[in-house]
Design a protein around this ligand. Structure first.
Ligand SMILES: Cc1ncc(COP(=O)(O)O)c(C=O)c1O
Length: 428
């Protein structure tokens, strides 16, 4: 690739980070399925261990196949570096632990994937990290929740389950005024928005979703925008010596890459949350069709949302692509004409009809995943959120009639046929 040219999105998805294998000439990125790498000399080994030279020494720190994926996703998100992880949850975990510890706090939007919500609400407090939840759109609430111990603001680009789209620029202004970074989980809106271009400092992904595409791999990735000043006085972990590397100071040793390097050589090394090289290889293959697939997901989702809106068995539809949707304005501002693959709707009746709908779909799959090429459907009140009381469910937007659909890339007329026949059977 020409270093001077600013390649476009589709080109980056196919090429970024990759070149023919220098040893064999293989054009596709090989799977370097190795745990370790032979050192050229004792001196070279010493330098690699002291982080004085770049290179691979053990796959829990870095791997040539994963490196291609990291470079590619960094390019797709306009970041300066990335770190592949074993799952989306480990990406989120490391993104936070890299900057927060016992006694610190995070301010987070309350509209989050359930696993992240549990990590923040129940697990992190056990480690002394308190997470203060605020309404995604309430800018005053973010301001009010920040105190001297706050180390970051966190949100999702299309929050789950309400499909809230945050005002990234306004929220990042609040974060930066308080000398803290904005971290965005961009799993649901990859290629639609680049949060780093709108003030975010760190982006995380569950690579299990759009990045993998077909519901076949677990993976996660952290992308560093390289924009945040870690020497601002709030983050001693970047400006004080790390004894595990003989007093290395990350901000001095790595400059703009301090955050992503610390996540790699400190946390991933200590916690072992590394992505396997095979998964990195598979996700690289899927990257090459990323925006082709995302665009098809979104076009199908918009058509299905419009179909459902006019259906006699449907009482409401939540999709940011609908003009009367409360998130439409933010979607228009940030998502570049796409609106995501998740469509939620209410089936007339309630829990009984919801279950019946799910039982009667013939093409759609009853699965607790999103952003698979196959269309997926779930009735949260009787499955993912069934351990909540009815009051708790309703407070989280999980009404008894709520159906969540993750629209895939099949021919939309076949999807509409299936949805229609299942709705008819459910609401007879
Ligand atoms: C938005 C979002 N972030 C993170 C995750 C967690 O990712 P993983 O399942 O790869 O750990 C999910 C999983 O559904 C998700 O939807």
């Amino acid at each position: 690739m020409n270093k001077k040219r600013k390649y476009k999105q589709r080109t980056l998805e196919v090429h970024a980070g990759e070149m023919p294998d220098p040893v064999t000439g293989a054009r596709a990125t090989p799977i370097y399925h190795t745990s370790s790498y032979a050192f050229e000399s004792a001196e070279k080994a010493k330098k690699l261990y002291a982080l004085e030279e770049e290179g691979h020494l053990y796959t829990r720190l870095s791997n040539p196949t994963s490196e291609v994926l990291e470079k590619r996703v960094a390019a797709i998100e306009n970041g300066i570096g990335a770190l592949a992880q074993s799952s989306g949850m480990s990406a989120i975990l490391l993104a936070i632990l890299n900057i927060a510890g016992n006694g610190d706090e995070i301010v987070s939007s309350n509209n989050l994937y359930g696993g992240t919500y549990t990590l923040f609400k129940n697990t992190m407090p056990n480690w002394g990290i308190k997470v203060n939840f605020v309404d995604t759109h309430d800018l005053k609430a973010y301001e009010n929740a920040i105190n001297d111990n706050t180390k970051a603001i966190y949100c999702e680009s299309i929050g789950n389950p309400q499909l809230d789209i945050p005002d990234f620029e306004a929220i990042s202004e609040i974060a930066h005024k308080n000398n803290i970074p904005l971290i965005v989980d961009n799993t649901s809106a990859i290629t639609m928005v680049k949060p780093l271009n709108h003030g975010a400092d760190i982006v995380v992904h569950s690579a299990t979703k759009f990045l993998s595409g077909n519901g076949t791999n677990m993976g996660g990735i952290i992308v560093d925008g390289g924009t945040f000043d870690w020497t601002c006085g709030k983050f001693p972990q970047f400006t004080e010596p790390d004894e595990s590397y003989h007093g290395l100071i990350y901000s001095e040793a790595f400059g703009k890459k301090a955050y992503i390097m610390k996540a790699r050589v400190h946390l991933m090394k200590d916690l072992g949350t590394v992505m396997s090289p095979i998964n990195a290889f598979l996700i690289i293959q899927s990257c090459m069709t990323l925006s082709l697939r995302v665009n098809q997901h979104c076009a199908n989702a918009l058509e299905i949302a419009n179909f459902l809106k006019n259906h006699e068995s449907v009482s409401w539809v939540n999709y940011p692509g609908l003009e009367d949707n409360e998130n439409h304005e933010m979607a228009e501002k940030y998502l570049n004409g796409n609106y995501g693959c998740i469509v939620s709707f209410g089936i007339k009746g309630g829990i009984k009809e919801g279950k019946k709908f799910i039982e009667n779909v013939e093409l759609l799959s009853h699965v607790a995943n999103i952003a698979d090429s196959k269309t997926l459907v779930i009735h949260p009140a009787s499955t993912t959120h069934s351990n909540m009381t009815e009051e708790e469910q309703i407070a989280s937007g999980i009404t008894p009639d709520f159906i969540r659909m993750s629209v895939g890339i099949e021919d939309v007329s076949d999807l509409i046929y299936d949805i229609n026949q299942a709705l008819k059977k459910a609401v007879e």
